[in-house]
Write a protein that binds this ligand. Structure first.
Ligand code: GLU
Length: 487
């Protein structure tokens, strides 16, 4: 068989969804996908759900939904199928059991009868003697009599892999040669006493059986690699057929510790609800550990697949910067066509119950969107910005209300009303020129003060889209009514 670097590239994303997928998971998925697309290989999506107490059907469905929303289409995996399925580990339990049985028969693995309390006692002794923790090998070479005694006691054994003396070295595509002394890789459990497989067994068996050529995953899994390689050996895989590993750098939070729920990491589903575009999330996550070169920060999905190589991935940690994600999101919003912007805005307006779905509303939304496109960083700002156009029982926000109660504001609003009453061509140009003459020249006020009062009166808030365009959209009658009401 050709070795892993010569075969068609097969990359897998293999999450264990014990909650919603987060930044770290999706950065991995994105790099896996981009690498597969760049090389013309296959992107495989495998769900590692052997721990069904923590991985639920809801989380699996949400993971599938998130990947689809981001546009990371997989070639093999749940809902898609493929030649090496099933792609849910919980449906592959027999396969793992067969391999474990084979490893036992070959002598690569053995039954270990140590109880949890005995193992804890060993660890305690190791701690006080200041030696590396790990299994002490007590059951490695049990006699038939010793086994019979344990069995008679009703003990249920785990299956443990035998780690030979020596070390494991592999070439990580990002980090170069990495070695692990086996003194620090004790014999490890493959199958629990209840027969359920552990991660190390399932992941290694599946990577071999699904013919995975490249394992791109987070650095936190680096130390599990020598154990996986040990499983490949027991499976009879030759070293040139091992998947090639690339461990992606950690993503750190603002406080320089690994990004986690504790220092602000939130799920991708949260970003979606908060009005981030999938292409903005992918663009930003692509920069966490990789760069397209030339100090560029703007990458489309297409460019990512064209430019992505593992050589360009750094080994040093990346820092998650919410402000930068927001800036990229704003850029992506600005580059949407009006039709695209409209279809993305609509669900946010509907969810906030700003619109009910009439044709007249749709028309007004389409006319209003261009005036806010330059001004927002997330789609969730749209309802707040446009609400004033659709409310039926309009009122000024309480904290803005206090700003237009003084004598000067009243004077401004009265002058605005008088001047605007004579305007018949209700265009933003006319509105602007009339108000400039009346308020800036006439009353000698600064634009911020003069227009600020009008803004509050007609939009209900001191933050709004551009004033004259807003008034044009709102219409003559409603604008004048609102100024009158404010007076
Ligand atoms: N299922 C593992 C996890 O979510 C990752 C497996 C792998 O990429 O090797 O942590």
């Amino acid at each position: 068989m050709p070795n892993s670097s010569q075969r068609e590239v097969r990359v897998r994303f293999a999450p264990s969804p014990t909650g919603d997928l987060h930044v770290g998971n999706i950065r991995t998925a994105l790099f896996d996908w981009a690498y597969a697309r760049h090389t013309g290989g296959k992107f495989i999506f495998r769900i590692e759900d052997t721990d069904r107490e923590r991985v639920t059907d809801e989380y699996i469905a949400a993971a599938i939904d998130t990947l689809r929303w981001l546009g990371l289409q997989w070639d093999e995996g749940p809902e898609v199928g493929g030649p090496y399925g099933p792609y849910l580990q919980s449906q592959r339990l027999e396969i793992y059991a067969e391999w474990a049985t084979k490893f036992l028969a070959q002598g690569d693995a053995y039954h270990c009868y140590c109880s949890a309390a005995e193992l804890e006692a060993v660890r305690e002794a190791q701690r006080s003697a200041n030696v590396a923790p790990g299994y002490d090998g007590k059951c490695r070479n049990l006699s038939a009599e010793a086994i019979a005694v344990y069995e008679a006691e009703g003990r249920k054994p785990v299956v443990r892999m035998r780690m030979p003396e020596g070390s494991t070295t592999f070439t990580d595509l990002i980090r170069g040669d990495v070695s692990f002394e086996h003194d620090f890789v004790p014999d490890f459990v493959l199958v629990r006493a209840d027969g359920s497989p552990l991660y190390t067994l399932a992941v290694a068996v599946d990577d071999v059986m699904m013919k995975v050529t490249h394992v791109l995953r987070g650095e936190d899994l680096l130390s599990s690699t020598p154990r996986q390689i040990r499983v490949y050996q027991a499976m009879g895989v030759t070293p040139d057929e091992y998947p090639l590993f690339a461990h992606l750098p950690f993503v750190m939070g603002q406080d320089n510790t690994k990004l986690s729920k504790r220092n602000g990491e939130v799920s991708i589903a949260w970003y979606r609800d908060a009005g981030y575009l999938p292409e903005a999330i992918c663009n930003y996550l692509a920069l966490l550990g990789w760069s397209p070169g030339e100090d560029r920060e703007d990458v489309s999905m297409k460019e990512l697949t064209e430019l992505f190589t593992v050589e360009r991935v750094h080994s040093s940690p990346a820092r998650f910067d919410m402000k930068k994600l927001e800036a990229i999101n704003g850029d992506k919003i600005r580059s949407l066509t009006l039709d695209e912007f409209y279809s993305r805005a609509l669900p946010f307006l509907q969810r906030a119950e700003v619109i009910t779905g009439t044709v007249a509303e749709a028309d007004l939304v389409k006319r209003a969107l261009p005036i806010i496109q330059e001004r927002i960083a997330t789609l969730s700002e749209i309802p707040l910005m446009l609400k004033f156009l659709f409310v039926t029982n309009f009122s000024v926000e309480p904290d803005s209300q206090t700003k237009i109660q003084d004598e000067q504001s009243k004077k401004v609003l009265q002058s605005a009303l008088d001047a605007l009453s004579g305007v018949s061509d209700w265009s933003h140009e006319s509105i602007e020129s009339v108000l400039r003459v009346a308020l800036i020249e006439g009353l000698g006020l600064k634009p911020r003060i003069a227009f600020g009062a009008v803004r509050i009166a007609v939009t209900g808030s001191h933050i709004s889209p551009p004033l004259f365009e807003s008034m044009e959209l709102l219409g003559r009658e409603r604008s004048l009514e609102r100024i009158k009401a404010a007076l």
